[in-house]
Design a protein around this ligand. Structure first.
Ligand code: IMP
Ligand code: MG
Length: 174
């Protein structure tokens, strides 16, 4: 089946930026006097993290983690890390930055990893949340948009590595 981009965005570029500005105001207030580390989940969260950090008006550091989930018959839903943060998270105020919360398996694995590093605090922000798809009981502390069970691309999100460069969020149709 060949999927094509639906022309009208589900969430347009202006809506994305407006929501990020509101989230940035909330986060800037919440992290005054803290030792903030944005832990960005590669690759999809890069555009979101960049736009978010440019609107934060508090000191922060950035680090990256990359997780892959395997859906083979025996290792269904196993998450492996292919890149780990370079700096120490111990005693830091870690904010995990995700593009989308779907089944919750990736988020759960990343939260477990971060907890194992003994941070001072750990919170989770996701641009998009598909709560109807959850198999792990995990909730984000900050959510950009709650969406229905659509496969979406753009603004970092890919279909087979494509469409990450788009500045808005689109659904795919047949
Ligand atoms: P999880 O199912 O919550 O573990 O999400 C795993 C990963 O699946 C996310 O980080 C995304 O990379 C990817 N993903 C889930 N839903 C979508 C989507 O609608 N579009 C593109 N990628 C998605
Ligand atoms: Mg992702």
């Amino acid at each position: 089946m060949k999927l094509r981009l639906n022309e009208k965005p589900l969430i347009d570029a202006a809506q994305v930026q407006q929501r990020i500005a509101a989230l940035a105001t909330e986060i800037s207030a919440a992290y005054v006097g803290k030792d903030l580390v944005l832990l960005v989940v590669l690759k999809g969260s890069v555009p979101f993290s960049v736009d978010l950090m440019r609107q934060l008006n508090i000191p922060l550091e950035v680090d990256y983690i990359r997780a892959r989930s395997y859906e083979g018959t025996e290792s269904r839903g196993t998450v492996q890390f292919t890149h780990l943060p370079e700096g120490s998270l111990k005693g830091r105020d870690v904010l995990i930055v995700e593009d989308i919360l779907d089944t919750g398996r990736t988020a759960e694995a990343i939260r477990d990893f971060v907890a194992s590093q003994h941070p001072a605090s750990e919170r989770f922000i996701t641009l998009l949340d598909k709560p109807s798809r959850r198999v792990q009981e995990v909730e984000a502390d900050y959510v950009g948009f709650i969406i229905d069970d659509h496969f979406v691309v753009g603004y970092g999100l890919d279909y087979d590595e494509r469409y990450r460069e788009l500045d808005a969020i689109y659904t795919l149709g047949s």
